[in-house]
Design a protein. Sequence first.
Length: 419
Amino acid sequence: MTRVKTKEIILPALRGVMGNWVYYTCLMSIDEIARRVSYADEIHKNKKLSDMIQRSLKAARSAQIADYIKTQEERFFNSLVVATYGGQPNWSGIDRLSSKSKNAIADKLSEETLNSVGFLSLSGEEKLFALDGQHRLSGIKKAVKEGLEQDPPDDLSVIFVAHKTTPKGMEKTRRLFTTLNKTAKPVSKGDIIALDEDDVMAICVRRLIEESTLFNGVRVAFVASNNMPVQNTTSLTTIGNLYDILTTLFTRVETDLKAEKAELQRARPDDKTLEAYFKLAKQYFELMAASFTPLSEFFAATDTNPVVKKYRGSHGGSALFRPIGLIVFTDIVAHLSKTRTLKKSIELAGKLPHMLTAVPFEGLMWDSPSQRIDNTNRVTLREVLLYMVGDSKWKDDTVLGRYQRGIGDEDAALPKKVV
């Protein structure tokens, strides 16, 4: 571990005990963290195992976090968990608090509480390494190295635990490292859609629901996945599917707003840019409605129930009323947009069939005997449809072979082209 010589620092801290771990929750400035804390490469004596930990720190993730630190005014992190060994960490509790106020809080504190409040001093000789929050640490180091205009610098919460280099101590710390990283759960897709104020797709999904007539009320199912409830007879799709469609629209369709997914998820753009994304989302569905009659009927209907029953049910209906179908057509638009405007791409896609009982959906997406959607041939379906408009990236023989295998008919011919 590369170490930089540092001076003594005294941190405000709370002392706690959980299981057989004694820990100290401290406030530490972002520049001190960048200077003093390293990665968890000392919990293994084996150099190759340590190198594996380093390789897991993806450069792209570090850059995203660094950008978040530098650009997001409402930035916030969970606590870093840092192991410490060597040097002379010293805990000093507050024995007594006094106040001239009649209702002083100090007078109401128990001895146990007072013993939990104090300061932790680090001599600068300690070795500190992150057990939890290594990607955050890498982003912090990158942001500080590139230069931060913070006055005063951010204070972050850091939880210190003591590490021993004995075999038992190494085992104990490794166990804590894996426990922290195995049990951490990512934020659910539903929570992101409902709450995230940085994720552009989530913000636009909420605005489509709240500020437009396209998906207000019962027009969208509040389900975070792409699985439409069988009993739903009023919604075009789910909020989870809507999020996925906007992700493709914003990251793969050739527009002036095209950007990387990670960029759109982590850094909220300015209001003007955010408004442009929202307008693009509305424009996409309005153009789709102009080229596909079922969507036009749905968006124009006051009561969507008859329209949904017409285009989704055991009889099949339109692929556009199935989440996977909307994704396939959005994929097609994204591909076509490489050489066409968005409007022209959608108009060309509008020439394709979309009823599930028609070729090429029958057998690739729709199974008439079981009256069920089949998701296993999505890529083949997309390329067959692109072949029908003369734009598949596959050779004709490859498209034909994949189509025959997909529908289980080695004598089948490719569908006729529509242009």
